[in-house]
Design a protein around this ligand. Sequence first.
Ligand code: ADQ
Length: 465
Amino acid sequence: MSRLIVVSNRVPDLGKSAPAGGLAVALKAALEQRGGIWMGWSGKSSGASEPGKLRISEHGRITFALTDLSNRDLSEYYEGFANSVLWPLCHYRLDLTDYARKDMAGYFRVNRFFAERLHPLIEPDDVLWIHDYHLIPMASELRRMGVENRIGFFMHIPWPPPDVFFTLPVHEAIIGGLTAYDVVGFQTRHDVENFALGLKREGIGGDAGEGWLEAYGRKFRAGAFPIGIATGEFEKMAQRSVRSAAFKRIIESFEGRDLIVGVDRLDYSKGLTHRIDGYERFLVANPAYRGRTTLLQVTPKSRTEVPGYAEMQREVAEHAGRVNGALGTLDWVPIRYVNRAVGQTMLAGLHRIAKVGLVTPLRDGMNLVAKEYLAAQDPENPGVLVLSRFAGAARELDGALLVNPYDIEAVGNAIAQALSMPLEARRERFAPMLERLRHYDITRWCDDFLAAIGVDRSDRASTAL
Ligand code: ADQ
């Protein structure tokens, strides 16, 4: 009976009262079913020059194995190479990559450290599932230590085309790192194609047909596994949320105006200033809507330790302030900009009452907010999703109004089109999208990926008995 081992940079604190996101809940369910280990960084600094010892705790059938990292690790591995090189690079932002050899060395050092700590815990039949750009080289480190278990990897963010990727001075080591896995999952077909083309251009491998790639004489699977949400739970949460007394007060505060909602972590990939400019363009071109709409932009701070993120916060606030100053009146503020985290239940309610969901990232692996906005709608009277064509979600959600987020006028026009769309058209666009979200939810995503690493459903069902 094989166990599952999940490794991710951060491990959610499932003991916390705040509800964990859909991904954490689905991975926890998969681990509980099979029994296994969830390993990752604790989110804390060891306060010393070395990373801390592995802290092991048991919760039912899951063993949590967490480690603190040293300040140097955090600066080089996390803030440096992962978030100041790989993150901007994979979001096509070459102008923001800040490459330093010591950060690269730190990135590999921490991956080796994770592999060394995990190695003694691995049993021969275990199946490993490693997550995201922080941990790309982990499988090659484990292979070097003689680990022959099945190992899968899922990339949550986009994989850029070769010409973008090859600007990374150490691109061979990163792309080569992925070839040590048995299965490499991406969000979309487009990402898979970019990756396969990179292998080919680099002369180390290429497409071996029917979902297989080969590199360095080794075959491995690569495919698109578009991540979903806990659709059913989100639908129910939205219905409950709008019935609460606290929520009714919030509805009143909008004084009958049409609500347009934007919900994002504060990040340059989310296109926040472009979005605000698009909304301004909409108000300028459609004066009849002035005083009758509110854009609620909920954007908690994120990665404040990474250079540039604090400045971005000022920039977005200034943008919103400029539009409010230019177009607002004594009794109407066009944009409400909330710079703090809002609970999932409240967000679900806000999505439900919003006539328009504005999801316009400049580049995004998937974007779960787009899916959450749709799941929260009332199927009898759904709102309209305005979605960037550069979000992975655009490949599935073809009933959304797809926009080029760089084209400010197009975003403004899409908002106007969404607000004036007749009920019949809204329903027609919405119904197939909801059906898809219900079908390909986060549990299905988890099952599909595990099946690709060779953990089939019957295997999991029998271990659960
Ligand atoms: P993120 O870049 O963090 O994730 P996204 O998928 O949009 O982006 O959001 C993840 C979660 O954060 C969602 O469940 C959302 O509700 C929550 N969230 C976002 N803004 C919030 C806010 N203001 N307040 C509270 N919660 C908020 C990365 C990739 C994405 C990919 C996911 C999952 O960048 O492209 O979809 O991983 O694979």
